[in-house]
Design a protein. Structure first.
Length: 441
């Protein structure tokens, strides 16, 4: 919290009276930003202090909490809202005159964004809040999910003049293909193109909160970035990765190396949608070492009756972690079906298929099981986080220019999200942990 002595005018008994301002108070009280404030104040030194660092910083946090689309919108709100000015820490006696000018905010943001040490301090704030979430949310990090999100830029590729700061010089073009099947069974492809950046997100899907992230130019492939996010989280937050049980992702993260790393190195079960990479129209493959057991690219295992050559899906019998195998049972024996070839069938009761048969197809949670479908639905939590980032945090329409500034803005937004969650958990309001906007009825 950027401590302001004047804020003693408010205490927790006043929170309900403040209405929407309680959301800002929650963030200000939970954000560990004292080191950043001391650094910015030291940089200012004995220079002019018309607009002190702490109130200006707090007002920028207010612009995130209250979804102001621009600095001018924030300044207008500060000018008319005396309670907001007081809560941020601006001198009460100066009234509207205490509101910083647009140029003052520009200088402050330039100082904040153009210094790598400040960027490192902002990242430390985010990481500290992640650790704090592990303390107040006991199961935080058990269910993880990953996804990439487009952040469009509305600036031109280059400004009208060399060095024109109105141009976007760091972004590039991204392309994403979405393959889907229509109701009539027709497969089609939707192509999305955007100029800007990509936000790569690793999140907790239970509480819908960010755990790690990266911002890159739009053209960067999301699979290597997700490797970096998972490895980076293991270094920064080893306790979270140790407690992680499941990682969910769409088929954009369908990567054999990622699937293998998650289970073999970290003991996390990958639940990642699969792409059909089989060529030449191949429908099934025979399981090595068996005579009549086949599987398709989606992980469905079937046996072929040696008498009638009828293909039946086998019953999933569970994952044997110590053996690294998936167990499948004879459908005739399991479901009580009549099978003409049962006497000469080599399967008898069950078969074990090692994960090493095909690491993309065979995972610790069988793709053909109900459990896989239940877990995969958790992936939508990451999409909801992306939606909040767009709408609640203003990334759907923004004026940010440059990769470093975009990274720092995302860091601030994700930190506010976590600070709000920590405060809600401490106030025993678990139903509001995910929400930036809602307040207690």
């Amino acid at each position: 919290m950027a401590s302001i002595a004047q804020r003693e005018l408010f205490c927790w008994s006043d929170v309900e009276k403040l209405g929407d301002l309680d959301r800002l108070m929650l963030v200000l009280e939970s954000l560990p930003d004292e080191a950043l404030m001391q650094r910015l104040e030291a940089e200012r030194g004995r220079g002019r202090d018309d607009y002190p660092v702490r109130p200006v910083w707090n007002s920028l946090l207010a612009s995130v909490v209250f979804q102001h689309p621009s600095i001018e919108a924030l300044r207008r709100e500060l000018s008319r809202n005396g309670q907001l000015r007081l809560l941020c820490g601006f001198p009460a006696v100066e009234g509207e005159q205490a509101v910083p000018s647009a140029s003052a905010y520009t200088r402050f943001l330039s100082k904040l964004f153009d210094d790598q040490h400040n960027a490192a301090e902002l990242r430390r704030i985010f990481d500290s809040l992640v650790e704090r979430c592990t303390e107040v949310l006991p199961d935080f990090g058990e269910h993880l999910g990953g996804d990439g999100k487009a952040i469009s830029s509305f600036a031109r590729r280059h400004g009208s003049n060399p060095g024109d700061r109105r141009g976007e010089h760091d972004a590039d073009w991204g392309r994403h293909e979405h393959h889907h099947t229509d109701e009539d069974g027709t497969r089609s492809t939707t192509v999305k193109k955007w100029f800007g950046f990509t936000l790569h997100l690793l999140a907790d899907t239970t509480y819908e909160l960010p755990l790690n992230f990266a911002v890159t130019p739009a053209s960067r492939n999301e699979m290597p970035v997700m490797h970096e996010l998972i490895d980076g989280s293991a270094r920064r937050h080893p306790g979270i990765i140790e407690r992680a049980q499941v990682f969910t992702g769409d088929r954009g993260l369908d990567d054999g190396k990622l699937i293998k790393k998650l289970w073999d190195r970290y003991g996390v079960k990958p639940v990642i949608d699969i792409r059909n990479l089989w060529k030449d129209g191949e429908k099934t493959k025979r399981v090595a070492g068996s005579e009549n057991v086949v599987y398709d690219y989606a992980g469905t295992v079937s046996c072929v009756c040696p008498q009638s050559e009828v293909e039946r899906e086998m019953a999933y019998g569970g994952f044997e972690a110590e053996r690294g195998t998936l167990k499948y049972r004879c459908p005739a024996a399991h479901y009580g079906l009549e099978c003409a070839g049962a006497p000469q069938c080599p399967i008898k009761q069950a078969i074990r298929i090692p994960l090493s048969t095909d690491r993309r197809v065979f995972t610790p949670v069988a793709r053909s099981s109900y459990r896989w479908g239940d877990l995969y639905r958790g992936r939508s939590a990451v999409e909801r986080i992306n939606s909040r980032i767009d709408r609640s945090f203003g990334f759907e329409l923004h004026t940010t220019r440059g990769l470093e500034k975009m990274r720092m803005r995302v860091t601030i937004a994700c930190s506010v999200m976590l600070a709000m969650a920590v405060a809600r958990a401490q106030r025993n309001e678990p139903e509001l942990v995910r929400s930036l906007v809602r307040r207690r009825a």
